[in-house]
Design a protein around this ligand. Structure first.
Ligand code: GLU
Length: 439
């Protein structure tokens, strides 16, 4: 049975909702961006107070059996930040750094991400504090099924629809879908998105986040009167988002001069072939699945990677990578945030002052959740679209909302991030004003 928790954390520290808004932490920092945009919109106090509190936070213990027969207990979370526009929506993260604070920030970002691309969803996020690279496939399956069973009352096609995130895959989503369908004794593909195609996934979903990042970069360059061809790009993170963004940009003539994973950065000023890098990490002999030793490139540190001489930087790993410490040394004129929360507010200010254009996470990486929405729609219809149809619709959604954000930024002389928040907040607030506050 899932439990609603407001005042406790697994470590026993006092963790009231109010505390979040004032204390540092991922959520505290995330709120800073919201507050700036809310100030410019002159948002009334009541609605501001509602929007700075998560609707529901669930903490669960997940006992599961290791392959050696022993039991362990992991901690899992599901945060449903806001439901004003529709069911909560957002991924499930498996990572050693997962905390309630981080999951809350991620659920908060999902709320604005869904609104900025005008999807009929609220925001949510889940996570389990674990290192998936140290778990076997069987262990991951048992962990996922128990996690799903623990949150089963609060998820569902009309309640909250999870998806993949860092450390989870389409296979993980298939286990979620199967567990729910078995418990309910009813085929329920629309409970989760990012599934393999054979169990109701959407064509184009695997590529969607990277494709959205690429579309945003193309749109921004168009506005600046520049071509993508020949632009030197650095991509931090070579998981689903980073590797696909690199490949799609490379296909369109950009020069990928740096890539990285959790183990190493790789650099070649004359350009790397991302397809060869994807094949290199997928090779069975490369057991670590690492870019280390990639032919035709020089190893560099993660710090050096972010500061490489380039035109476009795509942080596509995790939070807080661009900080006040390294912001001054970043050379790119355009940053597209493939990851959630890669830039701290202080660094964002420094870069904006220096004239760097930043396409914020809630817009840049919204392609994934947009195709998740298409998947949810297809599952509910029981009718599946061609890949070209998915990609065309994705392009329309991204371009249309990119333009809205860009116009808002021009009208208010605001950075794109503030404009994106303003647009998203306005859309959520419209729903509150129309529905009323049930108090
Ligand atoms: N985890 C992805 C994100 O942060 C996808 C969420 C989804 O598709 O629901 O946007």
């Amino acid at each position: 049975m899932a439990t609603k928790v407001e005042n406790s954390q697994p470590d026993g520290a006092l963790q009231t909702k109010e505390r979040y808004a004032h204390e540092p932490g991922v959520f505290g920092e995330a709120i800073a961006y919201f507050n700036e945009a809310a100030d410019r919109l002159e948002l009334p106090k009541t609605i501001r107070r509602i929007l700075t509190h998560p609707s529901r936070q669930v903490i669960i213990s997940i006992p599961f059996q290791r392959d050696n027969g022993e039991f362990e207990v992991f901690t899992g979370y599901r945060v449903q930040y806001n439901f004003a526009r529709g069911p909560a929506k957002g991924g499930i993260r498996y990572h050693p750094g997962v905390t309630l604070d981080e999951v809350t920030a991620l659920a908060f970002w999902m709320t604005w991400k869904c609104a900025v691309v005008d999807l009929p969803f609220g925001g949510g996020k889940g996570g389990v504090t674990c290192d998936p690279s140290k778990l076997s496939a069987g262990e991951l399956e048992r962990l996922t099924r128990r996690y799903t069973a623990e949150i089963i009352e609060v998820i569902g096609p009309d309640k909250d629809v999870p998806a993949p995130d860092v450390g989870t895959t389409p296979q993980t989503m298939a286990w979620v879908m199967d567990t729910v369908s078995m418990h309910l004794r009813s085929h329920t593909p629309a409970v989760v998105t990012g599934k393999p195609i054979c169990v109701g996934g959407s064509k184009g979903r695997v590529e969607a986040t990277g494709r959205g990042v690429m579309i945003c970069i193309e749109s921004a360059l168009e506005k600046m009167g520049k071509a993508l061809r020949g632009q030197r790009v650095v991509v931090q993170g070579f998981g689903n988002v980073g590797s696909i963004t690199a490949r799609l940009l490379h296909e369109r003539g950009a020069k990928i001069v740096g890539i990285s994973d959790q183990f190493t950065g790789m650099h070649n000023k004359d350009g790397l072939d991302p397809v060869a890098a994807i094949e290199y990490i997928a090779n069975a002999k490369n057991q670590k699945r690492s870019l280390e030793g990639l032919p035709g490139a020089t190893a560099i540190s993660n710090t050096a990677l972010l500061e490489l001489d380039c035109d476009i930087l795509v942080p596509a790993a995790i939070e807080n990578q661009i900080t006040a410490k390294n912001a001054k040394r970043i050379k790119a004129f355009l940053i597209a945030e493939g990851a959630n929360g890669p830039t701290t507010p202080e660094a964002h200010q420094m870069l904006s002052d220096a004239g760097v254009t930043i396409i914020p996470d809630i817009l840049a990486n919204a392609g994934g959740v947009t195709v998740s929405y298409f998947e949810w729609v297809q599952d509910r219809m029981g009718y599946y679209w061609r890949e070209s149809e998915v990609n065309d619709r994705l392009k329309d959604v991204m371009r249309e909302n990119f333009d809205e954000v860009w116009n808002m930024a021009e009208r208010y002389k605001a950075p794109l991030r503030q404009a994106a928040y303003m647009l998203a907040i306005r859309r959520v607030v419209d729903c509150y004003q129309t529905r009323g506050i049930y108090a």
